[in-house]
Design a protein around this ligand. Structure first.
Ligand SMILES: Nc1ncnc2c1ncn2[C@@H]1O[C@H](COP(=O)(O)OP(=O)(O)OP(=O)(O)O)[C@@H](O)[C@H]1O
Ligand SMILES: [Mg+2]
Length: 352
């Protein structure tokens, strides 16, 4: 239950708020080496250690993890911690580019190689020379290109599309996928030889629901970022809201959390995030009643705050009941439509 008295206690800790600046986001060592990657959990700390160990080698790394877990960030961190850091880091999303274009994107093409190839163009492998090439969503690559990638990895050379000159490849390869490559191999959709060739150093990024101790530092980090970007001042999250947040499975992982924090900062603007600010879906999952507690604790209650919370909760409930048809919601509450609209604005309510 939302505790309407929570805000009235003396210190931030008593109130259950985690103020943005109170959260020490990472140790100094991590901050220096891993920039904006937040990871308090043992699992993320293990990944940081692994990244440091593998950064300086040229071995191929494959990063596995659900969508939104931070695979892109880790790939870049490996590059940034390596001897290649002053040379390019080139990303190519193998899933997003049509197959016929992907080959020329990767290896470049000579003039006249195909209709529209009016001049020669270097590919990503050349652009990443002495640096790192990040093959994102490698599980989505066609069988034809899988052969070509295998050859670059084994022989460290390739030809441009339409070209005959052999070019040396000196790019460290990092690959990533949200798909289960071993399963794809079993199904015949991914070459077994390529799988073994890239599976030299696997890095498994666990989903957010398996490292819940990262959630609070991530929220603090994103609050800072979005407050700054939008000129807002949202301080923290109440304990009750944190309980709801921790109860969610976060299928979209860190990306989903980041987007939620951005929305909350923009809509709320200031103060602390409480359960009623959270998307309805999260509250419903947690079984969190929309109505605040009526209890008066030993410390007493701030009547004004409690009444405001009640008003907000009842308005929200009426809106949810009527699918946000304001005329109907106003009727349920025996209010004018204009009064209801004003109150919706004042409470920063919006359909989730
Ligand atoms: N540990 C983290 N600390 C700070 N920000 C993070 C962290 N993990 C992910 N993010 C942020 O979440 C978003 C998603 O991360 P990223 O794009 O790296 O995920 P991904 O695993 O590559 O996802 P996809 O498979 O969908 O490409 C990005 O905006 C990224 O900056
Ligand atoms: Mg990515």
């Amino acid at each position: 239950m939302l505790n309407a008295t929570a805000r009235e206690k003396s210190t931030p800790e008593d109130r259950g708020l985690r103020l943005v600046d109170d959260v020490s986001v990472r140790g100094a060592k991590n901050r220096e080496k891993f920039g904006d990657i937040i990871g308090h959990s043992g699992k993320m700390q293990e990944i940081f250690t692994l990244v440091e160990k593998v950064a300086d080698s040229d071995s191929t790394v494959i990063i596995n993890g659900e969508s939104g877990t931070g695979k892109g960030l880790i790939a870049r961190a490996i590059h940034k911690n390596s001897d290649r850091k002053d040379n390019p880091f080139i990303t190519i999303n193998c899933g997003a580019i049509p197959e016929n274009l992907l080959e020329s994107e990767l290896f470049g093409h000579v003039r006249g190689a195909f209709t529209g190839a009016t001049s020669s163009k270097p590919g990503k492998f050349e652009l990443a020379n002495k640096g790192t090439i990040f093959l994102d969503e490698i599980g989505d690559m066609s069988a034809n290109l899988q052969v070509k990638i295998l050859r670059v990895l084994e022989e460290r050379e390739f030809e441009q599309v339409g070209g005959s000159k052999t070019i040396k490849a000196d790019a460290r390869v990092i690959a990533a996928t949200h798909r289960d490559l071993e399963k794809l191999v079993r199904e015949g959709a991914f070459r077994e030889d390529l799988f073994y060739r890239i599976n030299v150093i696997p890095v498994e990024i666990p989903p957010l629901r398996e490292r819940k101790s990262d959630i609070l530092p991530l929220i603090a980090h994103f609050l800072k970022e979005f407050n700054l970007r939008n000129g807002k001042d949202v301080h923290g999250v109440t304990n009750d809201a944190m309980t709801v947040i921790k109860g969610h499975a976060w299928p979209g992982n860190v990306r989903e959390l980041k987007n939620m924090v951005e929305r909350l900062v923009v809509l709320k603007g200031e103060g602390d995030i409480d359960p009623l600010d959270l998307p309805e879906k999260l509250r419903r999952e947690s079984g969190h009643s929309a109505l605040p507690s009526m209890e008066i604790s030993e410390d007493g209650i701030n009547l004004n705050t409690a009444v405001t919370e009640f008003e907000k909760a009842l308005i929200l409930e009426s809106l949810q009941k009527t699918n946000w048809v304001k005329n109907q919601a106003a009727k349920l509450l025996r209010l004018n439509r204009t009064t209801l609209v004003e109150k919706i604005k004042r409470h920063h309510l919006q359909p989730s």
